[in-house]
Design a protein around this ligand. Sequence first.
Ligand code: B16
Ligand code: MG
Length: 223
Amino acid sequence: MAVTACIFDLDGVITDTAAYHYLAWKQLGEELGIEFDHAFNETLKGISRMDSLERILILGEKQHLFTEEEKQQLAKKKNEHYVSLLVDMGPKDIYPGIQQLLDELVEQHIHIALASASKNAPMILEALGLTKYFEYIVNPDDLTYGKPNPEIFLRVAQALGVKPSECIGVEDAQAGIEAIKAAGMFAVGVGTVDILQAAGADYVVESTDMLELSKILQKNNTN
Ligand code: B16
Ligand code: MG
């Protein structure tokens, strides 16, 4: 099957914002008396801001202690802290191999789009100097469901006017891989092989410097 589009996740695929999300959630958790570790943080990857907050409150059995408005305020506070941690972000923070992959996709006339759950995604792409590559960026405010629902990936295919079966999705999170597969796309995982394969990834590399377009297309062909 010919590949006409490559759809990227942002956090954990293009750059390492996951570490900053962790710091900001951890601090908010401490203020609320809820402690969590890296393993719990893994379950927040790819999950929207409000859903992440809900998961943290549930962990601390405090989900019923706040009104919807108070939860919005807590999420706002976390986001302000998170954004403040991104001040020095620039092209140096692009993960290895990503710029080359984007250039190869352009050369091969394959559409490039972004399916990130992050409302900060346009600002982050701009800081990285990568906005020009992206033909379409999903606005998470326009979505009803979060990953692992396929809506975000299907929205991209629809916007680009391509068939899901002709799309490749690149993700670091379990929820993201599940979303790509539920959308009927070829899923490339970046991260721990066992975890991402169990989530349904068709091809997994341990780090972004191992992402080679020719290899991905070859794996997609033999799939
Ligand atoms: P924001 P992705 C996701 O981005 C992150 O993985 C997740 O940790 C975060 O909560 C979510 O974006 C929302 O981000 O608070 O910036 O709107 O992995 O889908 O690119
Ligand atoms: Mg991610």
